[in-house]
Design a protein. Structure first.
Length: 214
């Protein structure tokens, strides 16, 4: 990954997010307590929020700052929020295909379906999915946008404890088979150890430490 965040400032209710960080690892964890600013930083990277000031550069391309603000749909960023944001009126298949950057790219669609083992669910309504199944569908949709970076905001939130290890296996498989640089928000260190190569710790809107894990 090549992501550079420089002097990124956004006032929040209880503090101001103020971040400068460079991410180079294949998979980076944003770790810290709830309310530390982790999700806000993801939203700024995705282009869902505008900072008061600062610069974001993704793979050598400025997406925020220097008079530039590239809208989310043109950033090549795949974002999976905590609430999944699936379309409740569409089937699993239609939710997945909605994300496809090239609608007729059956090879890419089938590859994602295979890796995430979604074939048995394709004609099901998303209203009938378990928490773990919803996470896999949301992940598939994000991957089919052919992102340059994948943003996962607590992807195991809301998943039953008995299913967490199984969903984590899918996340590791995605990391290894698709090789998409990933930023992974969590406050569970077991997830960090299982999937991430770099740890960035945030507290009250600031990066307080950064370390390689492998």
């Amino acid at each position: 990954m090549s992501l550079s965040v420089t002097d990124l400032v956004l006032p929040l209710a209880e503090f101001a997010l103020d971040v400068t960080v460079e991410l180079r690892a294949r998979t980076t964890a944003l770790y810290g307590p709830s309310g530390a600013g982790k999700t806000t930083l993801l939203e700024l990277i995705a282009g869902l929020r505008k900072p008061q000031s600062g610069r974001i550069e993704l793979h050598g391309r400025v997406v925020t700052g220097d008079g530039v603000f590239i809208p989310p749909r043109h950033r090549r960023v795949g974002y999976v929020p905590q609430d999944d944001a699936l379309f409740p009126h569409l089937s699993v298949r239609r939710n997945i295909e909605y994300g496809a950057r090239a609608p007729n790219d059956d090879v890419a669609v089938n590859d994602v379906i295979r890796v995430l083992e979604l074939a048995p669910l394709l004609e099901r309504s998303v209203k009938r999915l378990s928490g773990g199944e919803r996470k896999r569908v949301a992940l598939a949709r994000a991957l089919l946008t052919q992102p340059e970076v994948l943003l996962l905001d607590e992807p195991l939130a809301g998943v039953d404890l008995a299913l967490r290890d199984r969903v984590l296996e899918y996340l590791v498989r995605v990391r290894d088979e698709f090789a998409v640089p990933t930023i992974y928000v969590t406050h569970h260190m077991d997830e960090v150890r299982a999937i991430c190569e770099e740890l960035v710790v945030m507290e009250r809107g600031r990066v307080i430490s950064q370390a390689k894990l492998v």
